[in-house]
Design a protein around this ligand. Sequence first.
Ligand SMILES: [Zn+2]
Length: 133
Amino acid sequence: MIAHEVGHHVQNELGISSQVRKLEQEDPDAGKGEDGLSVRLELQADCLAGIWAHSRYERGQADPTKRLEDGDIDEALDAAEAVGDDSIQKASTGRVNPEGFTHGSAKQRKKWFKVGYDSGDSDKCDTFSADPL
Ligand SMILES: [Zn+2]
């Protein structure tokens, strides 16, 4: 989850977050819903978190003190799943309402973390043109 916040930091540095905010101001509806800009921004942060984990893993090959342990990635994936909008909605209201999604579903969050982790390539994290998400 810290890696997810690092992902947001990268988005801020690259000006992606401010572009999204601008688009949302121009067209508030574009920001909302299960394939809205907010969800796309959050899933991109998950993908960037995966890239961080990927580079941690590679550094770990050279320096055992930095090595990720077996199960760390599974833990990260479980965490991504637990904070999916559908998981959270279900736990709090017993229902799932995709209109109210802001971060993406459990399946999507897991998917995008894995895209980043498996590829280590930020070009693959283009959640804004991905279809389906
Ligand atoms: Zn976030």
